[in-house]
Design a protein around this ligand. Structure first.
Ligand code: F6P
Length: 546
């Protein structure tokens, strides 16, 4: 049955029409308890969602929708390992990777907890060996640099975390990431490195992703051009993959392949051995703290009634803002420098999961699904695109993410940063009307002609919804909770919107075409089946190149 036939859906449509006439200022004036009613305190973070265009009636209606969509049943199915990735017929068990209770979980008769624990033990042993200098390269020198070669989920997650937790690294190793098939990136990364001291991790669940394979082969040649011996590959390459056969063919020894499983989606995989660069950088214990933080969020998600359940609330608000109130994009705005890759990470997490237009039964969806996700560090954004957030015709709901304590306390900095953090959500909400603008200009002694000219430009309508996520401090545990919070938000959105969040068919079409065009670029024969634009572009490229 389509979601649009549910009584709660219809009630929300009506309610949205009324709500569109209201203003956040009015809602705050009418209810002094808004913050208490619309915020959630968790051990490592606070979520304030009171600056959304919602009332208690809205929240009750949204929770009713979640109930009519049988969210709790679906949640149980996910954690129990049912094959909820319907189009690929797979279980979705990234939560098992961080289940610190180590409770056995059977999938097709196999206890996957044992597999997870043995991979973790292997990561522990390996990361200690490399960090302590017991793993040596072909010439007997200790490893100083680790280069992770992977793309999408096999790069974004670990790289975002490596950047976010830099302050916790003891710098035993330098960690680098290569994801782009543009040779500029790998050349830049390798140029200053000594092949004798580099360890490559080829991270690819499928071990077929073309960009990753090309980069891995370039790295391999670079190593051999120094060692003059193919055997060196064994000492300088490890893999994280579900495709052992291809990894072995590449020259990586069986014992240096870390397992991946089909029940872990790429964009949810940083908790698996895909997180190996994190363990190498921070040490295994801090990697475990990250998992523990995520596990705490898993428990919150599983055990808390929907009305106070942070991921559920974030998802319902997204559905409310996007599907019912009509917003088309959502900004992720971190006010913590180390979180500078968070928006890029969230783009993959949410857009690759829910950027779809058919339901899980294959029928067209009759409503807007998820917004496009974008963003940048808040302060940089303030001096770039916040103009649009404050005064454009399009309302962009935004998540503001900051920390009470800075990881790098330098006198004066954090107060200025956080003053901006608080000021922006207030300004986006309350705005300033023409009357206030005129009064202000008058008080400043401006002449009437100037006031008439400028006043309309200084009006801010406000009423722009924001969530505030305030971490106590950015550390492995709180970061783990934050990421898991968004992962579960994405899952809930998928259930409400009837979307299969765990496949990504939309990336296949372009991949397939690229493979064909690559052949044409190599042999110079252009396929006549191309449209005239594509054909002429390829022709221009080839003739100009020649
Ligand atoms: O092209 C998209 C994608 O399939 C992502 O979902 C995935 O994270 C990425 O490519 C990398 O895939 P792999 O780990 O198999 O190389």
């Amino acid at each position: 049955m389509s979601r649009t036939s549910l009584p709660s859906w219809k009630a929300l449509l009506n309610h949205a029409e009324k709500t569109k006439q209201s203003h956040l200022n009015q809602l705050f004036a009418e209810d002094s308890q808004r913050f208490n009613k619309f915020s959630i305190k968790l051990p490592t973070l606070l979520l304030d969602y009171s600056k959304n265009l919602v009332t208690e009636e809205t929240m009750a209606k949204l929770v009713a929708l979640a109930n009519e969509c049988e969210l709790e049943t679906w949640r149980k199915k996910m954690f129990d390992g049912e094959r909820i990735n319907r189009t690929e017929d797979r279980a979705v068990l990234h939560t098992a990777l961080r289940n610190r209770t180590k409770k056995p979980l059977l999938l097709d008769g196999i206890n996957i907890t044992d597999q997870i624990e043995s991979t973790l033990a292997k990561m522990k042993n390996f990361s200690a060996k490399v960090r302590e200098g017991h793993w040596c390269g072909y010439s007997g020198k200790r490893i100083t640099d680790v280069v992770n070669i992977g793309v999408g989920g096999s790069s974004l997650g670990p790289q975002m975390v490596t950047e976010a937790l830099k302050q916790y690294s003891d710098n035993s190793l330098n960690i680098h990431y290569v994801s782009n098939v543009d040779g500029t990136q790998i050349a830049d990364v390798l140029r200053p490195l000594n092949p004798e001291k580099v360890l490559f991790i080829v991270s690819s669940k499928t071990f077929t992703t073309i960009e990753t394979m090309i980069n891995a082969n370039t790295a391999r040649k670079w190593l051999i051009s120094s060692s003059f011996d193919e055997k060196a590959v064994e000492k300088h390459f490890v893999a994280v993959s579900a495709n052992k056969k291809n990894a072995v063919e590449f020259g990586i020894t069986q014992e240096n392949i870390f397992d991946m499983w089909d029940w872990v989606g790429g964009r949810f995989s940083l908790w698996s051995a895909i997180g190996l660069p994190i363990a190498l950088d921070l040490g295994y214990d801090k990697f475990i703290e990250l998992l523990e933080g995520a596990h705490e969020m898993d428990l919150h998600f599983q055990q808390t009634p929907l009305r106070n359940n942070a991921p559920v609330i974030l998802a319902l608000l997204s559905v409310w803002n996007c599907t019912f109130l009509g917003s088309q994009s959502q900004a992720i705005l971190p006010y913590d420098q180390p979180l500078h890759m968070l928006s890029a990470y969230m783009q993959q997490a949410e857009m690759e999961s829910n950027g779809k237009s058919v339901t899980w039964d294959g029928n067209p969806v009759e409503y807007s699904t998820v917004p496009s996700i974008w963003g940048e560090l808040g302060i940089n954004g303030q001096h770039a695109f916040y103009q649009y957030l404050h005064q454009s015709n399009n309302v962009v709901p935004a998540d503001f993410i900051g920390s009470v304590e800075s990881v790098t306390p330098i006198k004066g900095h954090h107060e200025t940063l956080m003053a901006n953090f608080f000021a922006q959500t207030q300004a986006l909400m309350s705005g300033v009307n023409e009357e206030q603008v005129r009064a202000d200009l008058k008080a400043k002694g401006r002449v009437q002609s100037y006031i008439d000219k400028v006043a309309p430009h200084k009006v801010h309508k406000g009423n722009r919804p924001t969530n505030t996520l305030l971490l106590k401090r950015l550390e492995p545990r709180s970061l783990g909770s934050l990421i898991a919070l968004y992962e579960h938000k994405i899952f809930v959105q998928g259930i409400i919107l009837q979307i299969c969040s765990f496949d990504q068919w939309g990336v296949e079409l372009g991949k397939g075409l690229a493979n064909k065009i690559e052949v044409e670029l190599h042999n110079g024969i252009i396929n006549q089946g191309h449209d005239s634009s594509t054909r002429e572009l390829i022709k221009y490229y080839q003739s100009t190149r020649a």
